[in-house]
Ligand binder design. Structure first.
Ligand SMILES: *Cc1c(COP(=O)(O)O)cnc(C)c1O
Length: 363
């Protein structure tokens, strides 16, 4: 069962909003609200006071509109998407984050009557955004600036979770040059981790995603955020194997001692990384069973994974009990790191087969 604590999500938003005030704290709800459910997450954030939302895709923008109506601002980070009709953005009041001369040319005829847009300058990701200040200036010169209705200028950090990375200062400097082109227009550069940088690059608006959902924006230091996601899965079977017996596909883990195993009802089709189980070559992730940490062993299968429960007292363990894969003790950061990926990936992979329960929903 996947339990999403919407009260913790709202608390996390209030914590970040207070930290960045007087800047605004926008909520990033792309990728199904980082796996938690875009509609319940958006409603909880709105009830807490969030009035600006960021999604990646136009289809996600429609989901936010379905949940919240016409009230909040909704920015589409992927911009005026390739192949999309600008009229669709206008019809649903979705603000494109414009990131190229081509997008600006497509948007300009709609700009005066449509929702406000954002302008994205690439300061280091080499992914989206105007590739240089010169390209941006040349594109702006082709349009009537007053009619473009620009509500936000933005860029995105490459490594804001690394406070000592020199790229942070370099990107701040490039962003300052972009800001100078738009006097009086609100600016936003920070994602979750950047909120905690000592340079404090909050400007007028921050785009918080990961931290809202309980991810640690300050890796290496204690997590200041509340845990939002709990994942408990059932134990289907318990068995003993002998030294030399293997577990799972391709026999990647071999028992060194007489070992008791619990087979759990979650696999890679549910978003548990295939590499979450220990192999002979590397350790894997732990789960909590009967209050104890138990290592996952062998390759995770499509629908199942296996935990070594030898050290759990026999009387404390029965089929049908739960194993906690995610919760207060083992969060998305730990599961990601121990599985060869990141907590963002763990969250956004939370599978559709889990029974979902929402607690702490706003009245
Ligand atoms: C996903 C995303 C964010 C949110 O980042 P977090 O690290 O999850 O807070 C902010 N800005 C852009 C452009 C993004 O793509």
């Amino acid at each position: 069962m996947l339990t999403v604590d919407l009260a913790a999500l709202a608390d996390n938003w209030r914590f970040l909003a207070a930290k960045v005030a007087p800047a605004e704290c926008a909520g990033v709800v792309k990728a199904n609200g980082y796996g938690t459910g875009i509609e319940p997450a958006s409603r909880a954030l709105f009830a807490a006071g969030c009035r600006t939302f960021f999604v990646a895709q136009i289809a996600e923008g429609l989901q936010v509109r379905a949940a919240l109506g016409a009230g909040p601002r909704v920015f589409v980070l992927n911009g005026l998407q390739a192949g999309a009709d600008p009229a669709e953005y206008v019809a649903h009041g979705l603000s494109p984050v414009i990131g190229s001369s081509d997008e600006l040319a497509r948007w300009a005829p709609r700009a005066a009557d449509g929702p406000p847009c954002a302008i994205h300058l690439d300061t280091g990701m080499s992914r989206l955004g105007f590739a240089s200040l010169a390209e941006l200036e040349a594109a702006l010169a082709r349009h009537d600036r007053a009619k473009l209705n620009v509500a936000l200028i933005m860029s995105h950090f490459v490594s804001s979770e690394e406070p000592n990375n020199p790229l942070n200062d370099a990107q701040i400097a490039r962003f300052e040059a972009e800001r100078a082109l738009f006097p009086g227009v609100p600016a936003g550069l920070a994602n979750s981790s950047a909120i905690f940088l000592e340079q404090r690059p909050a400007y007028d608006l921050v785009r918080a995603g990961y931290a809202l959902y309980g991810g640690n924006p300050t890796p290496g230091a204690p997590n200041p955020m509340r845990s939002v996601v709990r994942l408990d899965v059932r134990i289907q079977q318990v068995r003993w194997i002998e030294p030399g017996d293997s577990v799972g596909y391709n026999a990647q883990w071999i028992a060194k001692r007489r070992t008791r195993l619990a087979t759990l009802l979650a696999g890679y089709a549910d978003g548990l990384p295939r590499g979450a189980g220990a192999t002979g070559a590397r350790p894997g992730a732990d789960v909590i069973i009967a209050g104890r940490r138990c290592p996952l062993v062998g390759r995770v299968s499509m629908d199942l994974c296996v935990a070594d429960v030898t050290d759990v007292p026999e009387a404390a363990l029965r089929p049908c009990d739960y194993a906690a894969i995610l919760g207060e003790e083992i969060g998305v950061d730990e599961l990601g790191a121990r599985s060869g990926t990141i907590g963002y990936h763990i969250l956004t992979s939370l599978g559709p087969r889990y029974r979902r329960e929402y607690v702490g929903a706003p009245e």
